[in-house]
Design a protein around this ligand. Structure first.
Ligand code: PMP
Length: 420
C-alpha cells in the first residue's frame, strides 16, 4: 500500500511531500495518530517522539481539543469579521504567557516571525536584526539561513542574498560576542531574535546568565527582544521559555503547541508594540487568521494545559527517557550524547576522538557525529520509534509508562542492530 502511495505522491507532489522538511521521510505514509503513537498505512505502529515537529504536545487527536473544534465549526469557519471565541482564546493565551499585554493570531510560525520583525523595525526606525547561528525562524527569503557548519548565508536557491543583508549573526550562549555585535552597529539594531533554547540545531539551553545579559543589552541599546517560542512556547512551561528561564522579552512568537496540533501561530508582546498593528500603520493581515477552528483549538488547548498536569507528565517521562537512553548507551559502550530538557532533548553520538563534547552553540554541535545519528534515525523508525533525523526528541503529555518501556526496548534493539 505504501509503495503505491509513494509512487502516486512522487508523480504529483515535488519530492513526494508538501514541506521540504519532510523530504527525508518521503517514503513514509501514516494512516492515523492517536495519543503518543502513530500507525503507518501498512499497519506498523510507532512511538512518536517527533509529534509533527512539535505541535502534538498533547498527543495526537486530543479528545477535548477535537471536540471543541468540531462543535465550533458547526457555526462556520471564517467570517471576515470578529467572533467571541478569538477574544476568549487570546485572553487565555495572555493569561498563560503572563508577561504580554496583547496578541494577534495567525497561521504559521514563519509569518508570525515576519510580523514581529516588522513591528520591531517600525517601532525603532532601524533595520538590522541580530540572530544566532544555527537557529531557524521560518522559510521566507528574509529569515531563511543555511544550516551548514558556519550557520549563515542564504538557505535556498532562488533566495536573493540581499534579503539577509540586515542580519548580524552571532554564536548562541556568548554574551561577549553579542555585546561586540551591538557595539559594531551602534544605534542600528532593531531587534534581537532568538530561540531562547535552541531546538532546531541540537537542544541547547541558555547558559546561566546568558538570557539575562541579552535582556540588559537589548534594553541598553534600545533594541526589541523577540523570543521565537515556536518550539519552546507552551512546551517548556505554560509560560514557555520566558517563564522557564525567568527572562521577559518585548515580543514573542508562538506556534506548534499553542493549539494542540491545529495550524495556529501568535505574536504576543508589549502593548505599545502590538498597538502599531492597531492603527493600521503596520500591516498584519491574513484571511485565515483566528478562524473559528483556530480560536476554538487555542481556547481548548489553554484549558487543558492550564490544569498543569501535562507539564508534570512531560517532565517525568522526558527525564526517565533521557536517563534510560544514556544507560543503554553505557551498557553497549556506545558514545551516545543526550542533551537538553525533558520536554525537548537531542540525541546524537560523540565523535570517537572527542569524548567530552559540551555543546553550547551551533559550532560545538558540529563536533558530534550528526551524520551517524541521521543514519541511526532510520534504524529507529524500522524498530518503531518515530523521530527526526536531526536528533531532536519531543515528549508529549500523552506519553506514559508503556511508551517509556516500548521506546527503551526498541531503542536498545535498534542500537544492537546499528552496531551490526
Ligand atoms: N521558528 C521556529 C523556532 C521554528 O522551529 C519554526 C518551525 N519549525 C518556525 C519558526 C516556523 O514555523 P512554521 O513552520 O509554522 O512556519
Amino acid at each position: 500500500m505504501s509503495a503505491d502511495l509513494v509512487k502516486r505522491a512522487a508523480a504529483v507532489l515535488p519530492g513526494g511531500v508538501n514541506s521540504n522538511v519532510r523530504l527525508p521521510t518521503a517514503q513514509t505514509f501514516f494512516a492515523r495518530g492517536h495519543g503518543p503513537r502513530l500507525w503507518d498505512v501498512d499497519g506498523k505502529e510507532y512511538v512518536d517522539y517527533l509529534l509533527g515537529q512539535g505541535p502534538a504536545f498533547l498527543g495526537h487527536a486530543h479528545p477535548e481539543v477535537n471536540a471543541a473544534v468540531a462543535e465550533a465549526v458547526t457555526r462556520g469557519m471564517v467570517y471576515g469579521a470578529q467572533h467571541a471565541l478569538e477574544v476568549e482564546a487570546v485572553e487565555k493565551l495572555l493569561a498563560a504567557v503572563g508577561w504580554a499585554d496583547m496578541a494577534r493570531l495567525g497561521v504559521s510560525g514563519t509569518e508570525a516571525v515576519q510580523g514581529a520583525l516588522r513591528l520591531a523595525r517600525a517601532a525603532t526606525g532601524r533595520r538590522k536584526v541580530i540572530g544566532f547561528a544555527g537557529q531557524y525562524h521560518g522559510w521566507l527569503d528574509t529569515v531563511l539561513m543555511a544550516h551548514g557548519p558556519d550557520g549563515s548565508g542564504p538557505g535556498s536557491l532562488g533566495q536573493p542574498p540581499q534579503y539577509l543583508a540586515d542580519w548580524v549573526v552571532t554564536p548562541f550562549n556568548d554574551a561577549e560576542a553579542l555585546r561586540a555585535r551591538f557595539e559594531a552597529h551602534p544605534g542600528q539594531i532593531a531587534a534581537v531574535i532568538l530561540e531562547p533554547m535552541m531546538c532546531n540545531s541540537g537542544a541547547i539551553a541558555p547558559r546561566p546568565g546568558f538570557l539575562e545579559r541579552l535582556r540588559e543589552l537589548c534594553t541598553e541599546h534600545g533594541a526589541v527582544l523577540i523570543f521565537d517560542e515556536v518550539v519552546t512556547g507552551f512546551r517548556l512551561a505554560f509560560g514557555g521559555a520566558a517563564q522557564r528561564f525567568g527572562v521577559t522579552p518585548d515580543l514573542a512568537i508562538y506556534g506548534k503547541a499553542v493549539a494542540g496540533g491545529w495550524p495556529v501561530a501568535a505574536i504576543a508582546g508589549r502593548r505599545e508594540l502590538l498597538e502599531l498593528f492597531g492603527d493600521g500603520r503596520v500591516n498584519h493581515s491574513g484571511t485565515f487568521n483566528a478562524s473559528v477552528m483556530a480560536a476554538a483549538a487555542v481556547s481548548a488547548t489553554m484549558d487543558v494545559l492550564g490544569r498543569g498536569t501535562p507539564y508534570v507528565t512531560v517532565e517525568e517521562h522526558g527525564t526517565a527517557l533521557m536517563t534510560g537512553l544514556r544507560a543503554i548507551g553505557e551498557r553497549h559502550g556506545v558514545p551516545l550524547h543526550v542533551q537538553g530538557l525533558p520536554a525537548a532533548f537531542h540525541v546524537s553520538f560523540r565523535a570517537g576522538d572527542r569524548p567530552d563534547t559540551t555543546v553550547v552553540d551551533h559550532a560545538s554541535l558540529q563536533s558530534l557525529d550528526l551524520a551517524r545519528y541521521t543514519r541511526f534515525g532510520k534504524v529507529l523508525a524500522e524498530h518503531g520509534i518515530w523521530v527526526a533525523g536531526r536528533g531532536i526528541w519531543y515528549v508529549s503529555a500523552a506519553h506514559g509508562e508503556q511508551e517509556l518501556a516500548d521506546a527503551l526496548a526498541r531503542f536498545e534493539r535498534a542500537l544492537r542492530n546499528e552496531a551490526g
